[in-house]
Design a protein. Structure first.
Length: 226
């Protein structure tokens, strides 16, 4: 089992002067779900190299057993420091792709032509695409072979408007994940704020928030095993 994990290279939180990036738990929990299932993992990002970590995700309140495990894992941190460039990877080399969130992807991956083509390529090859939290927002420009929005008529979830409101970034982000998925015709649903909630529709698996990241990864593993 070979799994590609795609991280953001974007570190500016709009015009707030604050930093953003990927959310640590959304990398760490799936990373070990895959690792413990025997998968070979490749980490990629638009710019390659060391992707920016959202500093907030490293605060004590947001640390978990898996984030501690990741930070103490020399092989994992070395791999993170040297992600491959997104334009160098091909769906042909992997069984599935997983996108961790954090706010960063809303700026770069959502508009990245390589990411859009990559997701379309995985689905065309009948391979799974899983995304969690803000990462479902990167589906905004992904199309079906017929040229329709990928999420149109598909069951999806992602970071809720109320969760964005709770973190005070509704006016900062370039778009709201929930609104965007709905606008593109997605059959959007959600669980309670900050609870684990995962939706599966064929090859597409989406998770609502950081708490959902382990379950999203487990759902992917389960489907790959079928």
């Amino acid at each position: 089992m070979k799994i590609l994990m795609v991280l953001t290279s974007h570190d500016q939180l709009g015009n707030t002067g604050r930093k953003t990036g990927f959310w640590l738990e959304e990398l760490a929990a799936p990373y070990y779900a895959f690792k413990d299932a025997g998968a070979e993992i490749t980490l990629a990002s638009p710019k390659g190299g060391n992707p920016p970590l959202d500093p907030k995700s490293n605060e004590p309140d947001f640390q978990t057993e898996q984030t501690h495990r990741f930070e103490a894992d020399a092989a994992a941190t070395a791999q993170l420091a040297s992600t491959v460039r997104l334009d160098s990877v091909s769906p042909a080399d992997f069984d599935a792709v997983f996108y961790p969130g954090g706010h960063g992807p809303l700026w770069d991956l959502a508009e990245d032509q390589h990411s859009i083509a990559l997701i379309e390529g995985f689905l065309a090859a009948n391979k799974h695409v899983a995304l969690v939290c803000h990462a479902p927002g990167v589906l905004r420009h992904v199309k079906t072979p017929q040229g329709k929005p990928l999420v149109e008529g598909r069951k999806v979830t992602g970071f809720t408007n109320s969760e964005e409101e709770a973190v005070g970034l509704t006016q900062v982000v370039p778009f709201l994940v929930e609104d965007e998925l709905v606008a593109k015709g997605g059959l959007y649903s959600k669980g309670a704020d900050w609870s684990s909630y995962v939706v599966s529709d064929g090859l597409l698996i989406t998770g609502q928030n950081p708490t959902s990241s382990a379950e999203t990864a487990q759902q992917l593993i389960k489907q790959l095993a079928q």
